[in-house]
Write a protein of this length. Structure first.
Length: 204
């Protein structure tokens, strides 16, 4: 083979050149080693809503000892300073019997409702307005830091979204109370009725 190329040097140059060009073309046409996929990691965190209230039971006018029964046509407050003591012009913590804790992961709005009465001698219905009637009561809610005159009506159902308190931040607590005005008609017995105050939280 060596003798052959020695006798034909031009042929050897041609063959070597052909292999060189072929190798160069192979390099030029091979695809680049680039990424053909791209990945995005997506994380979703739930807007978790949870509230607690303390205490969970309350008896109107219970701080008046032997005179702890409700009177007709009388306004009561869930105020530690006295059931018949109206809160200050600007409500303070010490005038609120309840604490709502926002255990949510987000800010929340609170809506309040108070049911019609059930059981007992004189279960009153919620008048859903400012003035109680012969067999109905009127109720409002207020919270610490609020101007008392800005208290909100507690309807039996259908209170508007966020009517009570707006944008309570996550992990915050709120001191609250309510005002309860009894019926104007006469009692027919002395057995107590039950009313349910419901605070509903929604995402702000």
């Amino acid at each position: 083979m060596k003798r052959f190329f020695t006798k034909h040097p031009k042929l050897m140059v041609a063959i070597v050149t052909m292999f060189a060009v072929t190798g160069l073309v192979g390099v030029m046409v091979s695809p680049a080693l680039a990424a053909t996929t791209a990945v995005v990691t997506v994380t979703g965190t739930p807007a978790y809503i949870s509230i607690t209230i303390s205490p969970t039971t309350y008896t109107i006018n219970s701080d008046n000892g032997a005179n702890s029964g409700m009177d007709i046509n009388t306004t009561y407050y869930s105020n530690p300073l006295g059931s018949k003591t109206s809160p200050s012009a600007t409500v303070v913590d010490g005038e609120c019997d309840f604490t709502i804790s926002n255990t949510s992961s987000v800010g929340t709005d609170y809506t309040g409702n108070m049911s019609d009465g059930s059981g007992g001698s004189n279960p009153m219905t919620n008048v859903n307005g400012a003035t109680p009637g012969a067999a109905s009561y009127a109720a409002y809610a207020y919270y610490s830091g609020e101007t008392f005159s800005a208290k909100v009506l507690l309807k039996s159902t259908g209170s508007t979204l966020g009517n009570f308190k707006s944008n309570v931040t996550a992990a915050a607590s709120l001191k609250v109370g309510f005002q309860f005005a009894t019926e104007t008609g006469a009692w027919t017995g002395g057995v107590g009725s039950t009313y349910t105050l419901t605070i509903t939280a929604t995402v702000h």
